[in-house]
Design a protein around this ligand. Structure first.
Ligand code: B16
Ligand code: MG
Length: 230
């Protein structure tokens, strides 16, 4: 049977936390400052379900795991406290904190004529890219401040494609969260997961590290006619 040819990839959308920089770990540690006060053992495994999830939804999930209830005022204060811990932990970050291979990969994409965008659930993502001196690399930036719906809703990636003036089918998403992979697929985009197959098995391709990202490698692993020559 004739298979329709996949659209050429013209843009790459990067998740922030856990892809551009290792802040997924700092989000975890910031919540842990709070859960330790409750005597609740918040483990890295439990943290997997929070990846790509907004701050308020993360708190709701943590309270559910801990079997606790808080008033709306308390929840607001806890989100502020978590964000203060988080902002403190990222305050000295520079371009040197970008995960291995990310900056050369972005340069490689741009040299090959692809567009690059940010697609993050974090309200701190734009701020962090600016702090690290990396925002000039991006043709479009979408972060938590632009969103009304959390991943796995496709909103973040659809807005990022729009910001690059591309169709969803022309985009590939690099993500470290299962909910992010689901969001990208719901948007009709191809996906590369960064992390473990156990969590990211639904992605078109899973890499254990950002250091493995390269255009020739993606061209080989995703069908050859999906990426432009170069
Ligand atoms: P903030 P991403 C997400 O960013 C993180 O994965 C998630 O752990 C965090 O709760 C969320 O951003 C909200 O972050 O509190 O800074 O608004 O992975 O989509 O780049
Ligand atoms: Mg992430």
């Amino acid at each position: 049977m004739h298979q329709p040819k996949a659209a050429e990839i013209k843009g790459c959308i990067f998740d922030m936390d856990g892809v551009i920089v290792d802040t997924a770990h700092y989000h975890y540690l910031s919540w842990k400052e709070i859960t330790d006060d409750w005597g609740f053992d918040f483990t890295p495994k439990a943290n997997e379900i929070l990846k790509g999830v907004s701050r308020t939804e993360s708190l709701r999930l943590i309270l559910e795991l801990a079997g606790l209830e808080k008033s709306e005022e308390e929840k607001t204060a806890l989100c502020v406290e978590k964000n203060d811990w988080y902002r403190q932990s990222i305050s000295n970050m520079t371009a040197d904190d970008a995960l291995p291979g990310i900056l050369p990969f972005i340069e490689e994409l741009k040299a090959a004529g692809l567009k690059v965008a940010l697609g993050s659930a974090s309200k701190n993502a734009r701020h962090l890219l600016t702090l690290m001196g990396l925002s000039h690399h991006f043709d479009g930036m979408v972060d938590g401040n632009d969103l009304t719906r959390s991943k796995p809703d496709p909103q973040v990636f659809l807005l990022a494609a729009e910001a690059m003036d591309l169709l969803p089918s022309e985009c590939i998403v690099i993500e470290d969260a299962a909910k992010g992979i689901a969001a990208a697929q719901a948007a009709g985009m191809r996906t590369v997961g960064i992390g473990e197959v156990e969590y990211l098995g639904a992605a078109d391709l899973v890499l254990s590290s950002t250091s493995l990202l390269s255009l020739p490698f993606l061209k080989n692993r995703l069908s050859a006619d999906q990426l432009p020559a170069g």
